[in-house]
Ligand binder design. Structure first.
Ligand SMILES: C[S@@+](CC[C@H](N)C(=O)[O-])C[C@H]1O[C@@H](n2cnc3c(N)ncnc32)[C@H](O)[C@@H]1O
Length: 458
C-alpha cells in the first residue's frame, strides 16, 4: 500500500529540520514538490508543525514504550515516524486505527519491514493510554529530576526555558503558578494579526473578505485585524505591502515609540535595528501626516532589502546599512525618537517557529548581552537631549530585558522612564502592568512575549 502523500511530506520536513532547515521554509517547498493541496495540505501543515512543537512530549512518551531499548540508539528516521504517529493519536483527532495503519505503512515504505514491526508495537503501547494517563506516567518516571523536568516533558519544553520563564514571571509581578498557562499558550499556533498601513482598516477588511478570510478584532490593539481563517498571502494589501502581517505586541511597540509624550522638536526618528521592517512600516504609517523622517538602519544588507519592501508604499523612510553602534558615533544627539528593537534569544516568540525551542540554548541570552547593552547605549547617544528611546525585545528573559535597561540606566544619562501608554490598547488589557517596563505574555495578551521600556535622555 502506498503511503499517504501528506504524511510523507510531514516526514520529509521533519528530516530536513533535523538537518538544520526551518520548518516554515521547508514545508511550503516540500508541499509544492509533492503537489499536495487542499485538505491534504492543511493536514500536512498541522501534522508537521504540531509534531515539531510537541516533540519533547512525544519523545518522553515513546521512551516509555520501547521496552528498555535506549531512545538515542533508535534510527532517527524511525523516531520521526513514531513522533508523527504519537501526534496523530494524542495530538490530533485522527482515529486510532487510521493513525496506526498509516504509521506502520510509512515505516514499511520508508525504512523496511523490520522497522514496521517495531513501530507497530510502540504505536500499540502509545495508544493504550490517554493524554491524562501519560501525564501521570511522566510525573512518576521523572519524579527524581524535579518539577521542571516533569512539566517540561508534559508540555514539551526544555527544562531550562521553564527556569527562565519562572524568573521572568516573578520579575513582572506574575506568579510561578502561571507557568503552566504560559507553556500551554506556546503550544498553540500564533494568531495572524495584520497592521493596516498605507490603506485604511476598512480597505484591509474588504480585501480579507474578497480573499475569503475570516477576520476579528485585535485583542490588544484596537487598530489590529486578526485573521481567524484564511491565507494572508492571498490578500492584495499584504502582497503590495500596504498592510503587513505583524504580531499585535510588535504593533504596540511601534505605537509606543511614535505616541509617547515628547517635549520639543519631533521630526527625525531612528529605527536602529530595522530588519525585516515590520515596526519601521508601522512607524512610517504613524508618521505619515506628522512631517517626520524615519531613518531605518540595519546591519545586514539582505535584511535591509526586506525593510525596503516593507516601506515601499511610504516616502518618509531613509534606509541605511551598518552597525547601529557606529551610527550613533557619527550622528550623536540627532534623533527625537529612537527605537532599538535588539537582536535577542527570541524565546518569547516560540509559537511562531515550531522547532525553535529545540535549537535555542540557555547561553543564547548571555551571548547577546554585550551587543544589547552596546545598542541601547548607542540609542541613547543618538537621541537628542530630552529625546525618547524605546528598547524592546521579543524575549521575556530578564537577562535581556530589565537587566539590560537597569545596567544602562546606571551607566548613562537617562533622565527618566516614561509610563507605558495604556490608552493605546483595548481598555483593561494592560491593567496588570505596573512600573515602567512592559512585558506582554502569550497566555494573557495573545501576543509574543514582547518587552518594552521607554526612556528619556537627559
Ligand atoms: C529583533 S530584529 C528587529 C525586528 C524589526 N524591528 C521588525 O520589527 O521587523 C533585530 C535586527 O537587528 C539586526 N542587527 C543585529 N546587530 C545589529 C547591529 N549591530 N546594528 C544594527 N542592526 C543589527 C539584525 O540583523 C536583525 O535584523
Amino acid at each position: 500500500m502506498q503511503s499517504d502523500p501528506a504524511r510523507v511530506v510531514a516526514l520529509d520536513v521533519l528530516e530536513q529540520v533535523r538537518d538544520g532547515a526551518y520548518a516554515n521554509i521547508a514545508l511550503p517547498a516540500t508541499l509544492r514538490r509533492a503537489d499536495v493541496r487542499g485538505r491534504g495540505r492543511g493536514f500536512a501543515t498541522n501534522l508537521t508543525y504540531g509534531t515539531l512543537r510537541m516533540q519533547g512530549r512525544w519523545d518522553a512518551i515513546i521512551s516509555q514504550c520501547v521496552q528498555g531499548r535506549p531512545f538515542d540508539e533508535i534510527d532517527p528516521l524511525v523516531v520521526d515516524i513514531l513522533r508523527l504517529g504519537a501526534h496523530q493519536i494524542l495530538g490530533l483527532d485522527v482515529p486510532i486505527h487510521a493513525a496506526m495503519n498509516e504509521t506502520v505503512n510509512l515505516a514499511r515504505n520508508e525504512v523496511g519491514s523490520g522497522a514496521s514491526g517495531f513501530v507497530n508495537a510502540v504505536m500499540h503501547r502509545i495508544s493504550e493510554r490517554t493524554n491524562e494517563e501519560w501525564d501521570q506516567v511522566l510525573a512518576e518516571v521523572l519524579g527524581d529530576e524535579g518539577p521542571h523536568a516533569i512539566l517540561g516533558a508534559q508540555t514539551s519544553h526544555p527544562a531550562w526555558i521553564l527556569d527562565v520563564y519562572e524568573k521572568s514571571l516573578e520579575a513582572s509581578g506574575r506568579t510561578t503558578e502561571d507557568l503552566g498557562d504560559l507553556l500551554a499558550a506556546n503550544n498553540e499556533p500564533a494568531r495572524v494579526a495584520i497592521s493596516a498601513r498605507a490603506v485604511s482598516r476598512e480597505t484591509v477588511l474588504a480585501d480579507a473578505e474578497e480573499a475569503r478570510a475570516v477576520t476579528t478584532d485585535g485583542v490588544l490593539m484596537p487598530e489590529a485585524i486578526v485573521l481567524e481563517k484564511g491565507n494572508p498571502g492571498r490578500m492584495r494589501s499584504i502582497r503590495d505591502h500596504s498592510a503587513g502581517v505583524q504580531d499585535e505586541g510588535s504593533q504596540l511597540v511601534a505605537y509606543l515609540t511614535a505616541g509617547a509624550p515628547l517635549e520639543g522638536s519631533d521630526s527625525e526618528w531612528l529605527d536602529m535595528c530595522a530588519g525585516p521592517g515590520g515596526k519601521t512600516a508601522t512607524l512610517a504609517m504613524l508618521a505619515a501626516d506628522r512631517d517626520v523622517t524615519i531613518f531605518a538602519n540595519e546591519l545586514h544588507g539582505h535584511r535591509l532589502d526586506l525593510v525596503a519592501d516593507a516601506v515601499d508604499p511610504f516616502d518618509n523612510v531613509v534606509l541605511r546599512e551598518g552597525d547601529g553602534r557606529t551610527l550613533a558615533k557619527e550622528e550623536p544627539g540627532r534623533f527625537d525618537r529612537v527605537l532599538v528593537d535588539v537582536p535577542c534569544s527570541g524565546i518569547g516568540a516560540l509559537r511562531r517557529r515550531p522547532e525553535a525551542r529545540w535549537r535555542k540554548t540557555v547561553e543564547d541570552a548571555e551571548g547577546m548581552r554585550e551587543l544589547q547593552i552596546g545598542l541601547l547605549e548607542a540609542a541613547l547617544d543618538a537621541a537628542r537631549p530630552g529625546g525618547l528611546v524605546c528598547y524592546s525585545t521579543c524575549s521575556p528573559d530578564v537577562r535581556e530585558t530589565r537587566e539590560i535597561v537597569d545596567t544602562v540606566r546606571d551607566r548613562v544619562d537617562v533622565l527618566d522612564t516614561v509610563e507605558i501608554g495604556k490608552d493605546m490598547v483595548v481598555p483593561g488589557t494592560l491593567d496588570s502592568i505596573t512600573g515602567p517596563y512592559m512585558q506582554l505574555w502569550p497566555d494573557m495578551h495573545d501576543t509574543d512575549a514582547m518587552f518594552a521600556a521607554l526612556l528619556i535622555k537627559k
